[in-house]
Design a protein around this ligand. Sequence first.
Ligand code: PLP
Length: 414
Amino acid sequence: MQKERSMPRLNSAFAGLAANYLFSEIAARVRAFRSENPQKTVISLGIGDVSRPLVPAVLEALHKATDEMGSAESFRGYGPEQGYAFLRRAILDHDFRPRGVTLDEDEVFISDGAKSDVGNFQDLFSPDAVIAVTDPVYPVYVDSNAMSGRCGTYAGGKWSRIIYLPCTAENGFEPDLPERRPDVIYLCSPNNPTGTVLSKSALRRWVDYARRNGSLIMFDAAYESFITDPDQPRSIYEIEGADEVAVEFRSFSKTAGFTGLRCAYAVVPKKLKGTADDGGEMSLHDMWLRRQTTKYNGCPYVVQRAAEAVFSTAGQAQIAHVLDIYRGTAAMMRRRLGRMGLTAFGGIHSPYVWLQTPGGMKSWEFFDLLLNKAGVVCTPGAGFGASGEHYVRMTAFNTPENTLAALDRLTAVL
Ligand code: PLP
């Protein structure tokens, strides 16, 4: 008699993961439109990736570091898992000290991306920790926790164990404090997808809440370089006491076009503490160091030299120029959408414009209208969470010329 073949037991939390249909569904609808309308061009205002090339200072550093790798005297093998001191120092000198934030060099952990950092950090949370996310939300926060079985069951677009904090025009995209205490709160500012920024007073409210309730804030500042108003906080550590309750994630992806090169960092202050099952105190800094030294071997040397060059005088001037192009495109988008009588948010300290659909249209319905009538692609807000319904996200990453052409088309059909 043949024995039934046994199979390895797997993490069944993956089976319960809600499939992320958003971008595959958009791609399918665009494909269908193209095949039915081969003579029409499609312009995408849905691009979530940078489109401008690396700046010369970064390229020069990349070439130089690559040459170093070819000579026995300057070759580098495994680097420090936390990142090279030259980059961690440059980060503190440019990103934090000028804003009055004092951190130790070993509180900065260089990595290959903010996506991996925010996704991996949940390794440190208890399996039954309760998490809170803003709604709409960057899906990585939810899915990475769901993979660890922390979110309960998924039904009707929501996970049973997640606390959702709606962000809508009604509350000015500032989430209300939760009614019950979460262990972990994910905040993102400037926000993807809404493009809005949490003010200093809003952040202070969250830091105070976290201190009072013993919660941890995961602060995603991947888009901080788009902020132009010096009064808006670029780091959560500009709020007093935040170093006792918050981890911050930053990235060179949108700041300096590193989406393909890959370099980011997490700030994990030594003051951050949590509790073990036996009630003993645990240091998040020590845990993250242990996690990274066990599972990660560091961002490539050449990439870290390229990231260091972002902070040079030439690098700063060059990326400022690129960021201004994206900002200019976002401003044009807001202006033109406003002239069409539409209501748009974000797009000032962010490459994202969050557009309210006219006449209460559903976001997929509006997506179809723009695609079929104008050949313009956006991202339906409902794909980012229930509170994203009746909104679409538009991005400033296409060229100013293409964006202008898309806006002309929208003006003609709306
Ligand atoms: N955080 C947010 C809010 C993002 O929108 C993105 C990318 O789109 C990331 C993090 C990922 O950044 P990285 O390219 O450094 O992985």
